[in-house]
Design a protein around this ligand. Structure first.
Ligand SMILES: [Cu+2]
Length: 117
C-alpha cells in the first residue's frame, strides 16, 4: 500500500515539490495498553496536511462512535489531534484518521488501543 501511494505520489508531482505526508506515528500507538483513558489521540505526519479536510474518528469498545472535538493540526510538529468529548469505557478502541496531504494526495489509516478496566 505504501508503495502504491509512493508511485502515485511521484506520478502526481507537477510544479511545486510538496512532500507527501506519510504516517509517522500515533498517540496512543497501535496496540498500546493504557491504564487510563487518553485525553487526546493524535497522528503525526512526515509532511504538511490540510487541516480543514482532515479528521479523526473513534469507536469505543462497544463500536459506538465517540464524540470528538474538531481535529486540530499543529504545523510545527506535523500532528493532527482530537479529544474525546466523553470518558472512554475500558476495552479496545479503534481510531480512524483521514488527511489530505498538501501535495493533494489523500492519506488515511487506522489503529487501535486498549484501555484497562
Ligand atoms: Cu503525494
Amino acid at each position: 500500500m505504501n508503495m502504491l501511494l509512493g508511485v502515485s505520489c511521484i506520478a502526481g508531482l507537477a510544479g511545486p515539490a510538496w512532500a507527501h505526508a506519510h504516517f509517522q506515528t500515533s498517540q496512543p500507538t497501535q496496540g498500546e495498553k493504557l491504564a487510563a483513558a487518553p485525553k487526546v489521540v493524535s497522528v503525526q505526519f512526515s509532511g504538511g496536511i490540510e487541516a480543514a479536510v482532515s479528521s479523526i474518528t473513534m469507536l469505543d469498545a462497544y463500536e459506538r462512535s465517540v464524540p470528538m472535538s474538531p481535529a486540530k493540526y499543529a504545523k510545527d510538529s506535523g500532528t493532527l489531534s482530537a479529544e474525546p468529548s466523553t470518558v472512554l469505557v475500558p476495552g479496545n478502541c479503534k481510531v480512524r484518521w483521514n488527511a489530505l496531504s498538501t501535495d493533494g494526495h489523500p492519506v488515511s489509516g487506522e489503529f487501535s488501543f486498549t484501555v484497562s478496566p
